[in-house]
Design a protein around this ligand. Structure first.
Ligand code: GRF
Length: 240
């Protein structure tokens, strides 16, 4: 085994991917150690999994922040280092056609949430940030402050990108009538599910498969793929 990389994880839910990674670390299958787990939602099961493994946890409650910005847009204090013009020009999450108000309100609430995330994350000085079922997009404000020197933010997506980006990859794959489904690990960039692909695994969808079966097949592959991609990253870092 090589030198261990320090990784942080962000989650939104049950955390079965997180569990697979925690187990791979504990069994020395990968050269990594998870030093924190953050969630955008309080009380999710993934936080319990992290705590059980002795990992630091925190919550940045996106829903509350978004509601506060909506209720009192004039009372918002943006982070001192946030430049609306710069982030608006770089971001590729909302099209210009979404309109000024919507784009600026979106970026404002995300700036506040992302600053809170950065305040918790940056002190750990991690080599890699893992998005393990984190159901929020991240703006260039956050990405640029993590990706110092090289790409460090890895996401798992429940479809064979570039097909079916968005939040319901297995559902979209199933409803389209695909005969093959899969999962993708990629680095994130300024768009939604558009960054460079690091690995993919595929499975057959049989005639009688239900959406539940499709999700089950996909998740089982995610639990293999994510640790494999983290290990490849760790090996490449070890050589850098
Ligand atoms: C996974 O299917 C992942 O691809 C998607 O959200 C799901 C998270 O599951 N982004 P879990 O929280 O890891 O169990």
């Amino acid at each position: 085994m090589g030198k261990k990389i320090k990784a942080g994880a962000l989650i939104s839910g049950g955390g079965t991917n997180l569990q697979a990674i925690i187990d791979s670390c504990a069994q020395d299958k990968i050269d990594a150690k998870i030093v924190f787990t953050g969630s955008d939602t309080p009380g999710v099961k993934g936080l319990e999994r992290a705590e059980r493994a002795g990992i630091d946890t925190f919550v940045v409650d996106y829903r509350t922040i978004i509601q506060q910005v909506k209720n009192d847009p004039d009372g918002v204090v943006l982070p001192g280092d946030f430049d609306m013009e710069e982030i608006r020009a770089k971001q590729n999450l909302l099209p210009e056609s979404a309109g000024n108000e919507k784009i600026e309100r979106f970026l404002t609430s995300r700036a506040i949430a992302e600053r809170a995330l950065l305040d918790r994350i940056l002190p750990y000085d991690v080599d890699l940030l893992i998005l393990a079922g984190f159901m929020r997009t991240l703006t260039p404000y956050f990405i640029d402050r993590i990706n110092t020197g090289h790409r460090k933010i890895m996401n798992i997506h429940p479809a064979l990108l570039p097909a079916f980006p968005g939040t319901d990859g297995y559902g979209d794959t199933f409803r389209y009538g695909c005969k093959v489904g899969g999962c993708t690990v990629h680095f994130i960039d300024y768009g939604e599910d558009t960054g460079p692909i690091l690995g993919q695994k595929a499975f057959q969808i049989e005639e009688n498969d239900t959406l539940e079966i499709v999700k089950k097949k996909g998740l089982a592959l995610e639990w293999e793929l994510f640790p494999e991609c983290i290990q490849r990253f760790a090996e490449e870092r070890g050589q850098a």
